[in-house]
Ligand binder design. Sequence first.
Ligand code: ADP
Ligand code: S3P
Ligand code: MG
Length: 191
Amino acid sequence: MTQSRKYPELKTTRPVVLVGMMGVGKTTIGRRLAPHLGLPFFDADQEIEKAAGMSVSDLFKTHGEASFREGEARVIKRLLDGPPHVLATGGGALTNAETRALIAEKTLSIWIEADIETIIKRAGRRDTRPLLQNGDPRETLKRLLKEREDYYRAADIHVHTQPGPHNKTVEVILEKLDSSPWLLSPREEDK
Ligand SMILES: Nc1ncnc2c1ncn2[C@@H]1O[C@H](COP(=O)(O)OP(=O)(O)O)[C@@H](O)[C@H]1O
Ligand SMILES: O=C(O)C1=C[C@@H](OP(=O)(O)O)[C@@H](O)[C@H](O)C1
Ligand SMILES: [Mg+2]
């Protein structure tokens, strides 16, 4: 797998988990970050969709949010029980106490933050986020952020998304990992 040429030593035994509000870029940044760390990438929403055989929107419509949250917690636990990888969570994953505990205990977590205007622009591009389908998205995002911000803040690393291409944010994450060696430890096979 491709390893970053600039940071060839960046390897971690722990899964790297991206958290933060919907639309900040967890999925698209996670996919680009994973090859730099020589790790496979998983997206919790995509894994839930695969397991359920339906889209996140249809899951919300058919079974409701509580059932989606149960599936989400199950999928994240299964992934975190497996070998190291980069995982993009859905924005609400940390509302589950067991998921919060697992992420705190087992992973290197990264909070990606963006301001609400940026999120509205990004998340509004697709109608795949059922929580933004009703009411004023700005008010919904503000309320959700208030409920979740303390959970996001507990992450090991905090980055703001950079204007411009995703790779700028990937670069900021790699720089932070490079300057926080205590968060990384060599993989068994690399010792
Ligand atoms: N610099 C950037 N950083 C992150 N996302 C961006 C950026 N520029 C555009 N986007 C877009 O924002 C949208 C939301 O990104 P996504 O990765 O799905 O977010 P999340 O998984 O956090 O909900 C996507 O269409 C993505 O391509
Ligand atoms: O914030 C949330 O509660 C949600 C975020 C979404 O994922 P993204 O954060 O990847 O958009 C998805 O899991 C679902 O629509 C609910
Ligand atoms: Mg996503």
